[in-house]
Design a protein around this ligand. Structure first.
Ligand code: CU
Length: 457
């Protein structure tokens, strides 16, 4: 790596495994993304994004989220299995000047989760301007698993976002027709809040915790010299063994942990296909993929000591066989209305699930605590990443076929390209006053009403 290369920085690590407490403050900030003029941003305890919080599973952690903004915010723990009252969704919005103090009691397997604001109608804009961060759920046993665990050295946290900037260097988030229909698609890649940076890696095996923190962009990731990635964990935690992949699709809200072997010392670039996911495109028959772009270059730094130089044979993420054959089935249709009203005005956007747009005062249904269900989810016009709060699930089928290999682990978000069938286990309670959400994770669709809520009790 030459001195002129900008070295990728990682979010500060807030390790709460020993103290079992952490605090975040939602605040305004300013950033110079491209070295140009300052742009107004928002972040948790910093200008843009938030610290990576490391949480010990099997224990209780006292969280504290303060709102120093002039508008309500929340901190939804996306991927944590906590009760609805502690979930940080729209019902736990924090008023300006207030502080929210949930105790996070974790008994889930290790995983890469994340947190972001989830105030209904404001989620897309608040995440766009920076209100998101990463969570590492750990049991402290990664060294026993032979996995890289040195934060920012061989265990890399990578928040992938696309943005647009105007000529002054300010974040350009307008609400044009295309954006309100398809969701925001940027023209500039931002990783951990940085443009054009290169990740320095040791000449060994490196773990990348990939988080799609984009509002709407779907990535199809691969490496420039076609070397494989070894998937070790999906949203809900480890697979039973590494899965060798040439490409990894990551939709908004999804996470994937991959191992990459840099022992040949060669530089390589993480690329993405430019996936077009457009309602108008679907109608005109023009969806698909258009070229590739650079997500993140890697450069080997031989001065960094190598801790891990072999891939682990086994992880401990065996998937139990959920006996859902006789479980109740629920069907969901993710709908977009393409009427003239939607095309003419933002206020007339029509997004819904089963013909009902989200209404925060109406519970859509109730499920029994401890029960199993099968959900069949189908999408309309576009691919929609479907996220369910408070549960983890297994993908039983995609369009009637066995799930693609990358979807064979525990998930909390799945890209619906046609129809998926899911097996869910409801292990945490959510009262009707603090229900769990299910929604499209294209944030403009979610804010537009492609969301529902259910209680567990
Ligand atoms: Cu959607």
């Amino acid at each position: 790596m030459s001195d002129s290369d900008k070295k990728l920085q990682y979010p500060p690590l807030l390790d709460a495994t020993a103290s079992q407490r952490f605090a975040l403050k939602a605040q305004t900030g300013t950033m110079r993304f491209d070295g140009g003029a300052a742009t107004n941003t928002m972040g948790y305890s910093q200008d843009y994004l938030g610290p990576t919080v490391r949480l010990l599973t099997g224990s209780d952690t006292q969280a504290e989220v303060q709102n120093a903004l002039r508008t309500p915010v929340s901190a939804h723990w996306h991927g944590l299995l906590v009760p609805g009252t502690h979930d940080g969704g729209p019902h736990q919005a924090i008023a300006p000047g207030q502080t929210w103090q949930p105790v996070l009691s974790l008994d889930q397997p290790p995983a890469t989760a994340w947190y972001h604001s989830h105030v209904h109608g404001a989620t897309a804009e608040q995440v766009m301007f920076g209100l998101a961060g990463v969570l590492h759920v750990t049991d402290g046993a990664d060294d026993d698993r032979g996995l890289p665990s040195d934060y920012g050295i061989d265990d890399l946290t990578l928040v992938l976002q696309d943005r647009k900037f105007n000529w002054r260097g300010r974040i350009n988030y307008d609400a044009g027709m295309q954006q309100s229909m398809d969701g925001f698609i940027g023209d500039t890649m931002v990783v951990n809040g940085q443009i054009g940076a290169t990740a320095a890696v040791p000449q060994g095996v490196v773990r990348c915790r990939l988080v799609n923190g984009s509002n709407a962009r779907i990535y199809r990731l691969s490496l420039s010299d076609n070397r494989p990635m070894h998937l070790i964990a999906t949203d809900g935690g480890f697979l039973d063994r590494p899965l060798t992949l040439q490409g990894l699709t990551l939709a908004p809200g999804e996470r994937g942990e991959v191992l990459i072997d840099f022992s040949d010392g060669k530089a390589v670039t993480l690329l993405s296909d430019n996936i077009v996911n457009s309602a108008m495109g679907a109608i005109m028959g023009g969806s698909g993929s258009g070229g590739q772009f650079t997500v993140l270059p890697f450069a080997v730094d031989t001065s960094v000591p190598v801790r891990i130089d072999t891939l682990p044979q086994r992880l401990d993420g065996e998937l139990p066989d959920l006996a859902v054959a006789s479980a109740p089935v629920r069907r969901f249709s993710l709908d977009m209305s393409m009427g003239m009203g939607m095309m003419m005005s933002r206020s007339d956007r029509q997004f819904s699930i089963n013909d009902a747009a989200f209404d925060q005062s109406r519970l859509n249904f109730a499920v029994a605590l401890g029960s199993l269900e099968r959900w069949v989810v189908q999408g309309d016009l576009m691919m929609h990443p479907f996220h369910i709060h408070g549960v983890r699930f297994q993908v039983l089928s995609e369009n009637g076929k066995p799930p693609q290999p990358q979807n064979r682990g525990w998930k909390d978000t799945v890209l619906v390209a046609g129809q998926v069938e899911l097996a869910l286990q409801f292990e945490k309670p959510a009262p009707s006053t603090a229900p769990y959400m299910y929604h499209c994770h294209i944030l403009e669709h979610e804010d537009g009403g492609m969301m529902g809520q259910f209680s567990v009790g």
